[in-house]
Design a protein around this ligand. Structure first.
Ligand code: PGA
Length: 322
């Protein structure tokens, strides 16, 4: 048998094996010749040569019916497996060619800048030839960019509803109430919405997605906050909270990766506000192979990575930031 395989690998051509596999699959020389765009005599000659290379007959004709010998059947089945493996290889190679170089363009809302770079790290390591372009802006600025549609993806927790897009949800985004450690409500088991409303509040700027989510929440609860200051940056808000200027509501992601020293989460009724992160792109745009791979990565490894960080800091589980 070993000799037989050696003869086969030396004398048979891949084309002959393909012909054999096709005859086996379709059950006749005529059907195989049509499928392969060959004449019937060519198919028969190639099968004969293959039989000679193996030193065994591969099939015989019983009347008009083609009957495979045990050898012929075994070789045809192996050839079928080889060709299916080769076609998988072809797809993987094409995929790799597409991923070797090119660009991935992202526009993300400011709050997601805390975790998006952590997702990009392992992806860039795997595909070092890909050039990444990352724009950051508040929700309104990213909506404006989405309208122009120059990027592959836009990351929002509140995608706009009036633009025709595809949107996939990939991660939770809890918005939590933060206060300085020394705050009288810190450590209280329960803080009411009425108590929250009395506190001086630091609000993100108009156009911010965080502000949009807070305003939707307030409307639903029929509540008005005591807004003391409008601040255009999550980091500046955290520092203002630390220094006792007021309390605020921010995405927990600003604390997981951005640090939470000196801050605590207040246990306020109906909070956190739970939203989720979305990868968004214009419906009219088809994804490039790079974008497609990135999307798969985000939903799989990328998401696990960020969820792991949440678990590690114990943020959601304990509700205390430290
Ligand atoms: P923002 O967006 O950074 O503009 O506040 C955050 C969000 O969309 O939740």
């Amino acid at each position: 048998m070993q000799n037989l395989v050696r003869n086969l690998s030396r004398a048979a051509t891949l084309r002959q094996l393909e012909i054999l596999a096709t005859v086996y699959r379709l059950g006749s020389i005529k059907a195989a010749s049509e499928a392969l765009h060959l004449t019937q005599p060519t198919v028969s000659i190639q099968l004969k040569k293959l039989g000679e290379a193996v030193g065994m007959p591969l099939y015989q004709m019983m009347g008009r019916k083609l009957v495979f010998s045990d050898f012929g059947r075994e070789i045809a089945q192996s050839a079928t497996r080889v060709f299916s493996e080769l076609s998988g290889l072809e797809m993987r190679l094409a995929d790799l060619r597409g991923l070797r170089s090119g660009a991935l363009k992202l526009s993300v809302v400011t709050t997601s800048k805390y975790f998006i770079p952590h997702m990009l790290g392992p992806f860039c390591e795997r595909y070092p030839g890909i050039d990444i372009q990352l724009n950051v802006g508040n929700r309104q600025q990213i909506i404006d960019r989405l309208e122009r549609g120059d990027e592959d993806f836009y990351v929002f927790s509140h995608p706009p509803e009036d633009i025709d897009t595809v949107s996939t949800e990939f991660l939770v985004n809890p918005l939590v109430v933060i206060a300085p450690e020394s705050h009288p409500l810190a450590g209280k088991r329960r803080v009411s919405l009425a108590q929250l409303a009395k506190e001086p509040f630091l609000m993100r700027e108009p156009g911010s997605g965080t502000r949009f989510a807070i305003e939707q929440f307030l409307k639903k609860q029929n509540l008005k906050l005591n807004v003391r200051m409008t601040i255009e940056s999550n980091e500046a808000i955290k520092h203002a909270v630390m220094s006792g200027l007021g309390i605020s509501i921010l995405s927990a992601h600003t604390l997981t990766f951005g640090g939470n020293a000196g801050l605590v989460e207040l246990r306020v009724d109906k909070l956190p506000i739970t939203t989720s992160w979305h990868m968004v792109w214009p419906k009219s745009k088809s994804l490039s192979p790079i974008a497609d791979r990135f999307l798969q990565y985000v939903h799989d490894e990328g998401r696990r990575l960020i969820e792991g960080e949440f678990k590690r800091t114990g943020l959601i589980a304990t509700k205390r930031l430290r």
